[in-house]
Write a new protein. Structure first.
Length: 198
């Protein structure tokens, strides 16, 4: 059953701005490395048409797609999400002010904090009913901690499925093949902590 997600005008605008910013970062990183779209396609396994749409902010890449693009460019996913890596440090992130991005799998991630010095990012993630972060297991460098605030969440790590509820925490090396989804009929919210270095 298809799930329809309606975003508020502010969130829709923020999501569009984020997708545009991600696309510009990918294009800049690709050009800095003197890679063509075809070369990035060969390295990442994604089609040139998909990469072109992402670079122009016309497509919303899945988390798995962002991971393989970042890996192909020798970056991390947080590198693609940071709005101003050279900007002034933000000590407080106010409610609703974190940058948002929505994936085709109906997962909305609000990046609350990206601490580049320590290699830690903190996100509040909303998983739509029957929605997930990626369709098939993926891996990347680093370590992940997930804490369920409300709803239910299933996390597959190396083929083993772990069912989580409110107050449950999961932690694993991100290089292990993993997939996250909401098997329930209502939205799930979870705090996610990503460490770039293990």
């Amino acid at each position: 059953m298809a799930i329809e997600v309606t975003l508020s005008p502010d969130l829709e605008k923020a999501t569009a701005a984020m997708l545009n910013a991600i696309g510009m970062r990918i294009r800049a990183a690709r050009r800095t490395r003197k890679l063509t779209l075809q070369a990035l396609s060969a390295t990442s396994g994604l089609s040139t048409s998909m990469l072109s749409l992402v670079e122009r902010g016309r497509a919303s890449p899945s988390i798995a797609s962002l991971m393989v693009i970042a890996s192909a460019l020798e970056l991390t996913v947080p590198d693609l999400l940071v709005a101003d890596p050279n900007g002034e440090e933000t000590i407080v992130t106010r409610a609703g002010k974190g940058r948002h991005v929505e994936t085709p799998e109906h997962m909305v991630t609000q990046l609350l904090k990206q601490d580049r010095a320590s290699g830690v990012s903190v996100s509040l993630t909303h998983f739509a009913a029957r929605g997930g972060g990626n369709e098939s297991p993926a891996s990347h460098d680093g370590f992940e901690y997930g804490y369920v605030l409300d709803g239910v969440l299933s996390v597959e790590v190396d083929g083993a499925v772990h069912d989580l509820g409110p107050g449950d925490l999961i932690a694993y090396q991100a290089r292990r093949m993993h997939r996250i989804w909401n098997p329930g009929d209502v939205e799930t919210r979870a705090l996610w902590f990503n460490l770039e270095h293990e």
